[in-house]
Design a protein around this ligand. Structure first.
Ligand code: XMP
Ligand code: MG
Length: 184
């Protein structure tokens, strides 16, 4: 489909599936079913996390509920600035709930640290993060993320929800983009 634009497959469809199942199993163990906080609430960050969110929810061996938030960080199309704007807020109150943010990728960590601050001010019972991908830059900033699917090199990646100029989200794997795509 996009063969001519993709330089390499970084993470295959099969690898994503397997790692998602592992994450779901180990994370589910931390949330006892039938607790007073109710079902674990997954908050998916649009649009990048859509496929990870839906696959992760279906791999979870416990009941979960889903909410979505859309944020945009001002910056260029390939890097973020840390100035975040809410495009779509949650529909529901999260006070007293166990909340798990489901992210596609942590790069500088600025978007996530803003999101953690914003959501924790709404008084959830607990607030944690699972991200499919993490870039090396993210280790510099002080955001604690227990659950990471894959640590990847500092390259721009697309596919499985991630876009370049809104394209390539529909690729079933994570790939790197041929530099000719940026320069054209
Ligand atoms: P920060 O730097 O705030 O960035 O951690 C997080 C957001 O930046 C986007 N991002 C990417 N999007 N391929 C993408 O398609 C990438 O390699 C990439 N790196 C960062 C993404 O929106 C993420 O939520
Ligand atoms: Mg994007």
């Amino acid at each position: 489909m996009y063969e001519n634009d993709i330089a390499s497959v970084l993470i295959s469809e099969e690898q994503i599936k397997q790692r998602t199942a592992e994450l779901a199993q180990s994370i589910a163990e931390r949330y006892p079913v039938g607790s007073p906080e109710g079902d674990l609430l997954l908050i998916g960050v649009l649009k990048g996390a859509i496929f990870f969110m839906t696959d992760f929810a279906r791999a979870m061996p416990i009941p979960t509920q889903m909410e979505f938030m859309a944020v945009s960080s001002y910056g260029s199309s390939t890097s973020s600035s840390g100035v975040v704007r809410i495009l779509k807020d949650l529909d529901k109150d999260i006070a007293g709930r166990n909340v798990l943010i489901v992210e596609d990728i942590i790069d500088s960590g600025l978007t996530l640290s803003w999101l953690l601050k914003n959501l924790s001010s709404r008084n959830p019972a607990s607030l944690e993060v699972v991200t499919l991908l993490r870039k090396p830059e993210a280790q510099k900033i002080d955001v604690e993320v227990k659950d990471v699917g894959f640590d990847i090199p500092d390259e721009f990646v697309v596919g499985y929800g991630l876009d370049y100029d809104e394209r390539y989200r529909d690729l079933p794997y994570i790939g790197t983009l041929d530099p000719k795509v940026y320069s054209s």
